[in-house]
Design a protein around this ligand. Structure first.
Ligand code: DQA
Length: 137
């Protein structure tokens, strides 16, 4: 099984960015552990701060992987383009968030991705990614 994790803007700063909200572990460190815990899964990872690059990656990954775990970060709440890309492709996408966006500012309650996602997991810290992975197994 091939699963691609896509992270959006500012998630390259995990580990140092607002540790009270996002924890103090880097994504690279977490990703290594995830790969060790799921040796049967072919896991790949892509991060970009650029909206169009995230859309390009979603399009390129379509039918190449069995599932996509997408944390579009702030673009979740603003990007009709990413929402449309998730709708356009046939590979299932699970939306994840590290923080519980529903418990945060009003502008984080809206998602342009959720209506076209297979499901949404939020609020479990980095473990949100592991829970999303389980949803594909
Ligand atoms: C986030 C939540 C978003 O609202 C925020 O803009 C992020 C991270 C999360 O994983 O909790 O950058 O997607």
């Amino acid at each position: 099984m091939k699963i691609l994790i896509i992270n959006g803007p500012n998630l390259n700063l995990l580990g140092s960015r607002e540790p009270g909200t996002y924890g103090s572990e880097t994504f690279d460190s977490y990703f290594q552990k995830l790969k060790e815990n799921f040796p049967e899964v072919e896991l790949t990872y892509f991060q970009s701060n650029i909206e169009g690059e995230l859309i390009n990656k979603l399009q390129a990954a379509d039918k190449e992987v069995d599932g996509i775990i997408l944390n579009a970060a702030a673009y979740t709440h603003t990007s009709i383009g990413i929402g449309d890309a998730v709708k356009a492709i046939t590979t299932p996408v699970v939306e994840v968030h590290i923080s519980n966006t529903s418990a945060r500012e009003e502008f984080r309650h809206r998602s342009f991705i959720a209506p076209n996602a297979k499901g949404v997991i939020l609020g479990f810290g980095l473990q949100s990614y592991k829970l999303a992975l389980y949803s594909f197994l």
